[in-house]
Design a protein around this ligand. Sequence first.
Ligand SMILES: [Fe+2]
Length: 514
Amino acid sequence: MDRRLFLTDLSRAAALCAVVPNVWRVTHRPRFADNPFQLGVASGDPTATGGVLWTRLAPRPFEPDGGMDGTRTVVGWEVATDDNFRNIVQQGRATAAPELSFSIHVDVDGLQPDRWYFYRFTTGDAVSDVGRFRTTPADGARSPLAFAFASCQRWDQGYFTPLRHLANEEIDLAVHLGDYIYEYASPVNAVRVHHGLEIRTLDDYRRRYAQYKSDADLQAAHRRCPWLVIWDDHEVDNNYAGTIGENVMESTEQMRTRRAAAYQAWWEHQPVRVPRVASWSDLTISRTINWGALARFWMLDTRQYRDDQPCGDGSKPAACGVSANPAHTMLGTAQERWLVNGLGTSHAHWQILANQVMMAPYDSAAGDASIVSMDQWSGYPAARDRLLRAVAEQAPNRTVTITGDVHSNWVNELRADFARPDQPVVGAEFVCTSISSGGDGNDVAPQRLDDMLRENSHLKWFQNRRGYVRCAVTEQAWTAEYRTVPYVLRPDALVQTSSAWRVEHGRPGITRIV
Ligand SMILES: [Fe+2]
């Protein structure tokens, strides 16, 4: 915690002291009638020597304070090389505090590179589930990487079955590309109903996270391996852009307040190494995670700094409104410079852009007309061209974009200029479907798929089932397997591989292998 923030907290606490005499009371031996660890455990943002370990005390998750009654509580943590905790290699104590909804973020350091570890928390007589996490390979190593990526888990539209299967994969880490929660109220006939109405306040967002975190499949996937998490729109408000909300009646000031609540609750519930800032509405989540020298993840934020969608957030003619204006930004100036300059100076063998909305255009109109989604990168074509030019110059055909948001599976070759299909392919984009958003999905008629592929020469495949993508990355090649389930409206669906793809390092194009 930086000094300024610490002092802010101190003065806030001092002010509270005047009215609440027990604010400094810290409980070392709390007693719980209900399990305080029922929201599970998680780990994330691994380094070669550590990672972030997360839990939150919430014995009664839907009550204010999660049922903690305002009392600061000491939590012990342990890291071991075995799941029986006979060989504990690190341990310590942290304090769960009401101003952070009794969440715990322990940034462990001093471990060995390229190793699996186990962790757990204790408080009073309560012991948490055991989680498993690993460190990354050491800085120079090009050891292979196996990971899965996913997005869009909507509680009231289906079971999180894909996460149950993800939890059984032999993977080093998982990436979640956003829509970890949805902000909506639920229809009464939903498969599982959201607690409460549309969420706006800090308490609302905390309760919504508590509901999602109660899911057994989600908890299992978190216990399995470290996660890298970014947010998309629904962690705040559907298709918001900067401080412009979905509802045009919501003022900039109201959106900033809502964003502050949403961003704070996100931070409290995710195992991230994201420094807190004085104003939660300006929380910066873009960061890099290195997998030795093999790969660098660029964790991007395409929501907070973007200009408003041109002509609204629907599908519109490609050249609509200000879309051609070079100043029309998706990443914001600072993040774009950070990424473009970083791609130029990074020595990572593969560059991975962990990104929310689809980068490749999708033209849904037959013939010369061009209709694209204004909420995706297609609404920001000048910004996309700048980024893909940088990829072409600095890391061609060793940059892979992984994308969520759209609730369907897509495989896209990325070109420096999509208007000219004769231009070379400079990168690959694998778009994962949702965990559950949209319900079961359906089979696309072969004729429709043919039409889609003909109209979009960079598009290799499309499918509308729920699931996630499993990737294996080596020095030579990247394989991506689309793992899907036939239904999510009922639990217990089995998983299968719907298609698999290969990118050779340094060579243009994506090849289908299954
Ligand atoms: Fe979504």
